[in-house]
Design a protein around this ligand. Structure first.
Ligand code: C2E
Ligand code: CA
Ligand code: CA
Length: 565
């Protein structure tokens, strides 16, 4: 029997894939199988038993694992799936998993431990890779959104416990899209990696730098004291990012916009802090980029209002809430109405009529100006046709067009199909482009304007005098009218500079064969001055405020009958 037991024991023991051991509580081997020697990198079992005589000090990478091992066995009698890092004979570190129990004498005193060892290094590496993929951004190796969320939640708990501050910082590279689109994704990726390194170099050990995707980074700074300290760190971040970035494709000067939200000052949960840091970052962009902004309550109110405006604006078209007001443009000599500028109004509710100054910027930013502008174009054309069909004297209706609309390749198509569909003669339509938008992208615009003008549509340059058009520039522009900006007209009688500018613009425009319109005319004195200086047409409250179509029609009828012809 004894013989069979030894035989059985020995084949199991010697041929097992798992390492099997028996050790003293002091940490010496009483027994080990060849698999254990192999796992630990020893030639033979004897070699192992000879070389490894203090498991605690020699085997475990963290000697405390031995204490933990003994503590668990003492408490439960056995241990299973106990994972630790250990040194092999050659110094290489591997991961093992142990199952073991204590063998005690009749008094309950531990005689030895016996158990098995499995090499789980590969599994650990695999787990780590999975974890890496789940928690880290593959391009930059920074924490990703999911890890950021975990850390943020953790940090909030810690900060709440110790009464410390926490900063959530949104960093967005300025004009990254431009670099990415013009130089290729390869360069864009390099830039992101470089910026990741720079951001990481500015923070401390326990802080988190993460990338949410695109060029959006979020930093999490723990245990902050004074707000001033955050501000000086932000200065450093801005400087670090602005350092020239030199690559094979050339040198780039990148800037960033940064928004900061603090716990507990600006929010008590992860979602709120992130949202507020994001709002603050948008504010930094609005303020001209390359700066940082702290979240404030006013900013919050602004953002909420802006969000509501945007939501409402998205639905305004389908709810039929837009309408056009018309403001007369008159011939300076006869006083006859020669044109009408169509000005957009938004009927937000029965009580509220919103002025374009408030919603046009949002419409432009969101691109909504494209469908809204097309609606205005069609509506104005229909209205003008209706007036003509009602027998009123012919006039030109002027529609404002945003750069966003002009930039689209299909804009020419839009204009010509609106004319076709409404049946209005092209010569009864005028498009107003602002001087500043004309300065953008000049070559393409010249083509576009020429094509539109070839249809017979008039073009005028709006808000003239506020941009920086040079004379030679203007010569090449296919336009019919210059509209002198209201700000100069307002001041002609009180400010010598404005007076000089208006006179110069009139002379310059006439030299180029253009008609001159003065905007914002409010008094008889202004009319007299403009008449004396040769201006052609006038528009302003003096002749009429922007008004609904039916009022404008009444005005047209009286104006017609007032005409002395
Ligand atoms: P704008 O094209 O310069 O339009 C003239 C603005 O000056 C109008 O403001 C008008 O009410 C105002 N105005 C006219 N005469 C006087 C005056 O004698 N005194 C004073 N103080 N103001 C006068 P409104 O209607 O609020 O429009 C503001 C701006 O919104 C327009 O400036 C234009 O840039 C934009 N806008 C209006 N409708 C449209 C549209 O359909 N599309 C686009 N893209 N922009 C539009
Ligand atoms: Ca205008
Ligand atoms: Ca204007």
């Amino acid at each position: 029997l004894e013989f069979r037991r030894v035989l059985f024991r020995s084949s199991l023991f010697d041929n097992a894939i798992e390492g099997i051991f028996r050790t003293t509580p002091e940490g010496q081997y009483l027994d080990a199988n060849p698999a254990l020697a192999r796992i630990y990198g020893y030639e033979t079992v004897a070699d192992l038993a000879r070389s490894l005589c203090d498991i605690r000090a020699q085997l475990y990478v963290d000697p405390e694992r031995r204490t933990e091992f003994m503590r668990i066995i003492k408490a439960r009698g056995l241990i299973s799936g106990f994972e630790s890092q250990v040194y092999r004979k050659d110094g290489q570190i591997i991961w093992i998993s142990e199952n073991a129990r204590a063998v005690t004498d009749e008094h309950g005193v531990v005689q030895h431990y016996e158990g098995t060892v499995e090499d789980i290094t590969e599994r650990k590496l695999y787990e780590k890779r999975i974890e890496q993929q789940a928690n880290y951004d593959t391009l930059t190796g920074l924490a990703n959104r999911s890890l950021l969320n975990d850390r943020l939640q953790q940090s909030i708990m810690t900060a709440a416990l110790y009464g410390t501050r926490l900063a959530v910082i949104f960093v967005d590279l300025d004009r990254f899209k431009y670099i990415n689109d013009s130089l290729g994704h390869h360069v864009g990726d390099q830039l992101l990696c470089e910026m990741s390194r720079r951001l990481s170099s500015c923070v401390r050990e326990g802080d988190t730098v993460s990338r949410l995707g695109g060029d959006e980074f979020v930093l999490l700074l723990n245990g902050l004291g004074e707000v001033d300290a955050v501000a000086s760190l932000m200065e450093r971040l801005l400087d670090e990012i602005t350092l020239p970035w030199i690559t094979q494709s050339g040198q780039f000067d990148v800037t960033s916009s940064i928004g900061i939200a603090l716990y507990p000052d600006d929010g008590s949960d992860a979602q709120t802090l992130l949202k507020h840091a994001d709002s603050a970052m948008y504010r930094a962009k609005e303020l001209g980029r390359n700066n940082f902004q702290f979240f404030t309550e006013e900013l919050n109110a602004m953002m909420t209002e802006r969000l509501e405006l945007e939501t409402g604006l998205r639905r305004a078209l389908e709810r039929n809430q837009f309408c056009l007001y018309y403001q007369p443009r008159v011939d300076i000599r006869t006083g006859a109405i020669t044109g009408a500028e169509a000005l957009l109004r938004w009927r937000v509710s029965d009580q509220e009529m919103m002025q374009p100054g408030k919603f046009i910027p949002v419409a432009e930013e969101t691109g909504l100006i494209v469908p809204i502008g097309e609606w205005a174009l069609r509506e104005a054309c229909q209205q003008n046709l209706a007036w003509q069909q009602a027998g009123l004297s012919p006039l030109v209706v002027a529609v404002n067009v945003s750069l966003r609309q002009f930039q689209r390749d299909d804009f020419l198509q839009t204009v010509s199909s609106v004319l076709q569909q409404t049946g209005l003669a092209a010569a009864a339509l005028e498009l107003e482009v602002t001087e500043s938008s004309v300065m953008h992208n000049a070559e393409r615009l010249i083509d576009m304007l020429s094509n539109i003008r070839a249809l017979g549509v008039h073009i005028s340059v709006d808000d003239f005098g506020t941009g920086y058009s040079s004379l030679s520039y203007l010569k090449r522009f296919p336009v019919d009218r210059l509209k002198i900006d209201r700000s100069f007209v307002q001041d002609i009688l009180v400010d010598k500079d404005s007076e000089a500018i208006v006179r110069t613009i009139i002379a310059l425009g006439h030299n180029l064969g253009l008609k001159l319109v003065a905007e914002g005319v409010e008094s008889a004195e202004q009319v007299a001055y403009l008449l004396a200086n040769g201006c052609d047409e006038l528009q302003g409250f003096y002749y009429g405020r922007p008004m609904p179509a039916h009022e404008f029609e009444l005005l047209l009828r009286t104006n017609c009958s007032a005409k002395p012809d």
